[in-house]
Structures are given as C-alpha cells and as structure tokens.
Design a protein around this ligand. Structure first.
Ligand SMILES: Cc1ncc(COP(=O)(O)O)c(C=O)c1O
Length: 786
C-alpha cells in the first residue's frame, strides 16, 4: 500500500485479497510457532485471513494471516500499539499479542505459489459487536465514547515509523476530494456535498496540521466495539486496529460520532452526550471542539464517496456496500441540515465551556422560571437584568455576546477565570478533594502563607467557605474567649446571613428587632453623620460612640464580647475610618474584656492599594481577622485568622471541623490567588488605577452637582448622589438611573449606603489605569444624561 498517494486513487488501492491458505497449514504453524492446538473456525476479514482457535482447555485466540504484499511496517505498527496499550493501560480490554516460541511477535508462512505471509496470534476478546443486540441507549453511546477516549489516552506516547501510513479513511488524506474518487461519486451524493466539499478545502483541511495529534484508533464503530451480552450497556472491548494512524486526536471522536450516526441511533442529543462522555475522560481543546462537527461530516462524506467508489470502480463489490449506503446518505443529510453554530455551542457547553446561550433561551422566560424555582427572596440587579455567560479578567460577556467592563465584582479579585487559579483548581480537583481530617500539604502551606501576610501575632488560620461563616466563627470564638455575649456593630452594617451574623447585619432588618446582645455605633460618616468633614479629631469623636454601646451591653448584662468592624464600612456607603478611629475602638473593646474583629471581607487583599489589609493603615493588630470574597477569586473560601493564645483558649472548650473549609481544592485556589498577588504586580496596579480614579472622580464631582461626595482609595470608591447639597437629600432614583445607563453603556457598577444612593466602584484588582479611564468616560456620559 502506498505511503503517500501522489496520483488519483485507483481500485487497486482499496482492493484487499485476504490470503487463502489451507487450514492444515495454519494448524501446523500454530502448533509449531505457538504450541497452540484446537478447533479452528474461520472469521470474516477484509484484509487478513482470520481464524478463531479454541483450545481444549477453553482458551481462545485469533490467528491472523496477512495478505500477500501487506507492509511489514503496517503489521509491526499494530503489534507495537497493542504492546503499548498492554503497558500503559492494562485495564483496557484489547487483544494481547502472543509471542511465538522463538520470542517474536510475528512469524512467516509461505503459500503454495511461493508468496510469503505474516502470521500473528492474538488473544480472543469475548463479547458481541454492539451492532448486534438491543438498540443502543444513550448510556451505551456515552460508554462507547468514553471507551474510545480511554483508548486514545492509552495510545498517547506511542511512536512508530509507520504511523503515518496510508489509510483510505484517514481524514487528513481527504480522499473525498481525490479526482480518482470523485469520478465515481453518484449524482445524489455530489448534489449533497458540493458546498461541503468546498468548505473542506477552504476551512477544514488547512486547520488539521495545527491540531493536537497522536496515534489514534480511528475505527470506533459498532462492529468493532464489543459488549458482554446483547443487552449490556458497557463496552467490553475493541478489535481491529487496521485503521490506526497518526492523526488529530479529535479525528477519533469524529469517527465515533459519524459511525454511530450511521447506525440510526444518532440524534444531536446523542452526539452531545458522546462528546460530553469523551471530554470527561480526555478533555477537548477549543480548536478541537471548533472543528469536531466538520470532521464528523467529513467522515460521513468520505464514507459515502468511498462506498460509491467501491461500488462502481471495483469488480464484484461486496453487497453490504449497497445495503449500507442509504444509512450513510440519511445520516449525512441529517447532520448537514443541523445549524452549525448550535451544534458547536452544544458541544462546547457539554465540555463545560459556557458560551453564548442557545438561541432559544428567552430572558423573560428565564426570569419567570427563576422566580418560580428560587422564590421571591432573590433579587436581580438592573431594570433589564444581565444574563452573564462568560468572564475573563475585568470583562464579562452576556448571552448576546455583549461585553461589559466589570467595575463592581471584588470576588473575582485577580480577574474572572484567572488561568493560574483555574489551572490550580482543576488540577487539584482532578487529583484529590477531601477535608481537613486527613493530612494534606495544601492546607498547611496555605495557612502558613496566608498568616505570613499578617502581623506576626496573627498566625493561626481556620478555614470556612463564606464571609458569613468566618464572622460566625469569629463571634463564637470571641464569646468563648471573653465569656461575654454582646456584639457591637455599626448602624446599617452587613456581615453576612447566618442566624447570628444576620442579626449582626443591621442593614437587613428593622431596628426594633435587634436582639439584646447587639449594640450599634454610628459609622464615622464625615459627609452625612453627626460630625462632618473638618471637625477636629473627628475619628476620636466617632470612636467614642463605642463607649455608649459597651455601656448598653453591660447594662443589659450581656457584656462586650466583640466589636465587629467592617474596616471600610462598605454597607455604610464606603467610609475609610478616620485617623485614630480603629485604635480607639480597639482599646475600648479590649478594656471591656472583648475582642476587636476586623472584617476584611471587603477591604482585604490590597483593595485599597497601599496596605494589604484595611486595618493596616491604623496602628493596631486585631484580635481576629475575617476573610472572604476576594480570597478565592470566585471559589467559595473564607478564613478566620487569630493569635495562638486566642486559638488555644477556644480549643479548651471546642473542637473545630468544617467539611468543605480548607479542603485541598480550596487551599490550592487560595494558594494560587496568593501567587498571582505576589507575581503579577497587582498591588502596583491597584495603586496606579486608584490614582486615576481619584483624580477623575474628583473632576466629575466638580462637573456634576449630583455627585456630592467622593470617598475611597485604591479600587474601592463610593460616589454619594444627592438632589441638593444643602439638604443632602439622597438622589436614589438618579443613582439607580446612573447604574442602569452605565449598564446599557457596557459598565457594571453597584449601589450601597443606608439610602442606596452611593454608586459603588469596586472592580477586580486587575482593573488597570486604562480601564479606569474608560469607566470615567462612561460615568461622564451617564451623568450627562441622567
Ligand atoms: C463586610 C462583609 N462581611 C461579610 C460578608 C458576608 O460574606 P458572604 O456573602 O461570603 O457570606 C459580606 C458580604 O457582602 C460583607 O460585605
């Protein structure tokens, strides 16, 4: 057979004349070379003369005699592949090569006319072809694809000089377009394929050389795959390695999809199930997913062309060619009629790539279904809610492919889907995920590295899954350590949603329902509070409010267990604690026997630029720090960091376990976020972008009377929107309109504060000065129009 065909295909290229050696010669050779004797039953074979040999002790083999002139390289290649699989994937049910008595994997036999033929002995794989028996269920089809993927995985790393041999079915050869084949293609097929052939030439073939390639089986069809019994859904083995070739890996999946499309079981749903099953074993790459549908069509089209060629160009064509042809035409017509974009999107979705929402997802319907399924408590942003499907860095895309600059989401701290974080997560998820009752290096390394970012005393970490859990545990620790119950928070605070922390989130429910153990202090709001900007010692004046709160708790016999302070007062409309505020309040709570808990869920991880932690600007070390949101770049992770003394006191009474907190995957994510923070100049970026925002927002405040106060630092800013500078009446509707105008202009922002009139800017930390300038222009446009 030709290695490269430099002339049109001729009938001789596809003609195989299996040897016809007399049985007694085969019996004799089997005994002589392999010491095998028994019953010989002839088997079908396109290229080889095959016999099943069953020995007296019940063992079964296949004796294969190659056709005259068969290339030694081609046979060696098959032997090498089976040997390779035996080493790499001993669990895969494929035939094993039996070495002869002389220690070789193939012997020679001469026919009466003097032609020499290669002789091999393989083990017999029990089972029936999946083409026989019950129609294939979707489960069985999945198993087929998963099996082929395992086979492809097993073949990885195989090198053989004959791996690029000529295989008529090899899609890289594009025999479909060969003039020698085209000459015989019937008119109906020509009509069906004119446009497609042009696309193959233009779009498909040029892309093949760049795809990931290896030796692939390329023959996963229903006659080669076996099941244990006619009703079984599992795949029990695969035979026939004659089409194996070095080719794009995805070609193997395309062959499988095309083969099963021909067998009548295939709908797009089934194909999607097969793609999903394959991908679960051997993840597909983007360029492979992009070309998969075309390759599947190409395989079907090649089948049709080669059938026609063999039907018309060869003498005495096998009857099954004509019998099977209508199935191919039907499958090809059906697959050609599919919407290519939809197929592509569905394949991508099956492999976990979110893409454009399928055209049939109606936003209105989705909202309605959401309302029913999630109930009325869930809220959406915006008059026209945004349906997001993809994120990358500071960008988010909606289902219509529209791009938004994310100016709001601090959770995606180092950027949406940061590849280093996603990589660490997927690698660990594919390796092991358990919990902290077993030793694991990740959680220990993570705790050490996280603690190293804090002042030395704060060196013990507890891991949780949310900011709420972190605050809940922090309050619990504070209560145990202090022996008191009372907790102090700011008015209109937000710290989370559990029973205790929800009660400590005074912005979320009526003041009259605050529990006895809770006391509040006004936030140090220099724009709208009791003491305004310019008041001397404003920090201390606000801080002194804590004395009243402590006194109240003492009066109620609660005692003061903790002052839980969001050190950037996010829910109060973004307020940086004025000078002396944190120091004074920390001293006061400690003097009352309580603990100072810094809630760094909002302010942590360089949010404000110069300091990694919000408390870092003050001269104090908190007793406990709670962390959440940005810590995991989107992964549910949180932490409580405290001192060894406090941890020891807590442990006297309580053990601690959190099923998911600190698991190996979460710890890998946490470590990856720290890597990015250390390696990618995130802090410098926050400082630089923060300066651009600071100057630009000041300009906007000077230009638009609606913007009455601009507060913040780094990448956390609040713009107080008011109707009237004298009354400071909150311009709630205008703030809402600004947010919606910006949304329509491609910018996502939020609102906060007791009146919801503070525009909140809090983007991922990788928001650059350039992004800041884009946002400033967008804000300008919105303020002009509101
Ligand atoms: C300051 C602060 N603490 C705690 C939380 C609660 O975090 P989570 O939603 O992860 O429970 C939030 C959430 O918005 C927060 O802003």
């Amino acid at each position: 057979m030709n290695v490269a065909l430099k002339r049109p295909l001729s009938a001789a290229d596809l003609n195989f004349n299996p040897a016809q050696l007399p049985l007694e010669r085969l019996v004799e050779h089997a005994r002589e070379h392999w010491g095998v004797a028994g019953d010989f039953t002839p088997l079908e074979g396109e290229r080889d003369q095959n016999h099943r040999v069953t020995t007296a002790d019940g063992k079964s083999f296949v004796l294969k005699v190659s056709a005259a002139g068969e290339s030694e390289g081609a046979v060696d290649f098959q032997i090498a592949a089976l040997r390779h699989l035996e080493r790499t994937s001993p669990e895969l049910p494929v035939p094993r090569v039996i070495a002869s008595k002389s220690g070789t994997d193939r012997e020679w036999i001469a026919a009466a006319d003097g032609t020499r033929h290669m002789l091999r002995l393989l083990t017999w794989l029990p089972g029936v072809p999946v083409s026989q028996g019950a129609p294939l269920t979707v489960n069985a089809l999945r198993n087929v694809a998963a099996f082929q993927a395992r086979l492809a995985r097993g073949l990885r790393g195989l090198f053989h000089p004959h791996a690029r041999h000529f295989v008529a079915w090899d899609l890289q050869r594009a025999l479909l377009l060969d003039p020698g084949v085209q000459a015989w293609v019937a008119d109906d097929a020509k009509a069906l394929l004119t446009d497609f052939n042009a696309r193959v030439r233009r779009d498909v073939l040029p892309r093949l050389p760049a795809l990931r390639a290896q030796v692939v089986h390329c023959d996963g069809h229903a006659d080669n795959l076996l099941r244990a019994d006619p009703a079984a859904e599992e795949i029990a083995g695969v035979i026939d390695f004659g089409d194996m070739v070095h080719a794009p890996l995805v070609q193997d999946l395309a062959v499988t999809l095309a083969s099963f499309a021909r067998h009548g079981e295939m709908s797009l749903d089934n194909a999607v199930a097969q793609v999903e099953a394959w991908n679960a074993v051997l993840p597909l790459m983007d360029d492979e997913l992009e070309i998969l549908h075309d390759l599947t069509l190409l395989r079907l089209a090649t089948a049709l062309a080669l059938y026609d060629f063999r039907i018309h160009a060869t003498e005495e064509p096998a009857p099954w060619l004509t019998q099977e042809r209508p199935d191919i035409v039907r499958a090809l017509s059906r697959f050609l009629a599919l919407d290519r974009t939809e197929v592509h999107e569905r394949y991508r979705a099956a492999c976990g790539r979110v893409g454009r929402a399928p055209a049939n997802v109606d936003i209105g319907q989705l909202r309605e279904r959401r309302g029913r399924a999630l109930g009325p408590s869930y809220r959406l942003f915006y008059d026209r809610p945004v349906h997001l499907v993809r994120g990358e860095g500071v960008w988010l895309w909606d289902a219509d492919g529209r791009r938004y600059l994310d100016c709001y989401n601090n959770v995606a701290s180092v950027g949406h889907c940061h590849p280093h974080v996603v990589g660490a997560l997927s690698r660990q998820a594919a390796t092991l995920n358990t919990h902290t009752r077993y030793l694991h290096d990740n959680v220990v390394r993570y705790a050490e590295r996280l603690a190293a970012t804090f002042p030395a005393d704060l060196s013990v970490c507890y891991f949780v899954c949310t900011g709420t859990e972190a605050n809940d545990l922090a309050i619990r620790i504070a209560r145990v350590v202090s022996g008191h119950e009372g907790v102090i928070v700011s008015d209109d605070s937000y710290h989370g949603n559990s029973n205790v922390v929800g009660a400590a989130s005074t912005s979320t429910y009526p003041k009259s329902e605050q529990p006895e153990w809770l006391a509040t202090v006004p936030p140090p709001n220099g724009y709208r509070g009791e003491y305004r900007y310019g008041t001397p010692d404003i920090g201390l004046k606000y801080a002194a409010k804590i004395d009243g709160a402590i006194a109240k708790l003492t009066e109620r016999r609660q005692g003061a267990a903790a002052w839980l302070c969001d050190v950037i007062f996010d829910s109060n409309g973004t307020i940086l604690p004025p000078a002396g505020y944190l120091e004074y309040t920390a001293r006061a709570i400690r003097a009352a026997g309580g603990l100072f808990i810094a809630d760094e869920v909002q302010s942590g991880f360089y949010r404000t630029g110069e300091q990694m932690w919000g408390f870092g600007y003050a001269d104090l070390v908190p007793d406990i720090v709670t962390l959440g949101k940005p810590i995991g770049d989107g992964h549910p992770l949180g932490a409580v960091v405290t001192t060894p003394a406090i941890a020891a006191k807590f442990a006297e009474k309580y053990s601690y376990f959190n099923t998911f907190g600190g698991n190996p995957v979460s710890a890998a994510v946490g470590l990856a976020v720290l890597d990015v923070l250390e390696r990618e100049g995130v802090q410098q970026n926050v400082i630089a972008a923060g300066k651009v925002l600071e100057a630009g927002l000041a300009r906007l405040a000077a230009k638009y009377p609606l913007v009455a106060d601009v507060r913040g630092k780094g990448l956390f800013w609040g713009l107080e929107i008011v109707r009237d500078h004298a009354t400071r009446a909150p311009a709630v509707e205008e703030a809402d309109r600004i947010m919606n105008l910006l949304r329509d202009d491609g910018f996502l922002l939020g609102r906060t504060g007791a009146f919801d009139n503070v525009i909140k800017i809090r983007p991922p930390l990788v928001f650059t000065p350039e992004h800041a300038r884009m946002l400033l222009e967008g804000l300008d446009r919105a303020l002009m129009r509101v």
